[in-house]
Ligand binder design. Structure first.
Ligand code: 5GP
Ligand code: ZN
Length: 112
């Protein structure tokens, strides 16, 4: 469930402070500490795993659930005009935190 050495697990548990914008029993959404757009949120499952290749039926249900919740969360946080989702996977993508996370970017006309 949790990995004791994982920054995002510590954020979920409240051991590292974060600016939470949404939480329920399956997911947690907070502001990225180094925003790459006017709005930059991170949506994470409460279950710790790194890669989509570690998917199983339960995790797939949680990811589908997260995707179903993200439109309203994005709209409530300044992305009513659109947003971009990014999921970095592994070293070549520059994944720096080993807990699957969906970047939600928006709040402006994204330049790329
Ligand atoms: P990655 O490059 O792994 O896809 O993205 C990791 C993201 O997590 C980065 O955008 C980085 O700014 C963010 N991040 C890393 N550590 C923390 C933290 O302790 N708090 C918050 N709010 N964001 C973090
Ligand atoms: Zn974790």
């Amino acid at each position: 469930m949790y990995d004791d050495n994982c920054t995002f697990c510590k954020i979920i548990k409240g051991e590292i402070p974060s600016t939470k914008v949404y939480e329920d029993d399956k997911m947690y959404v907070f502001k990225d500490i180094e925003p790459k757009a006017k709005v930059h949120l991170l949506a994470i499952p409460k279950d710790h795993f790194k890669l989509l290749s570690e998917m199983n039926g339960q995790r797939a249900m949680v990811i589908a659930y997260m995707l179903s919740k993200i439109p309203q969360i994005a709209a409530d946080n300044g992305c009513a005009n659109g947003y971009r989702l990014v999921v970095n996977q592994g070293d070549d993508a520059g994944q720096t935190v080993n807990h699957l996370h969906i970047h939600i970017l928006g709040g402006e006309n994204l330049p790329w």
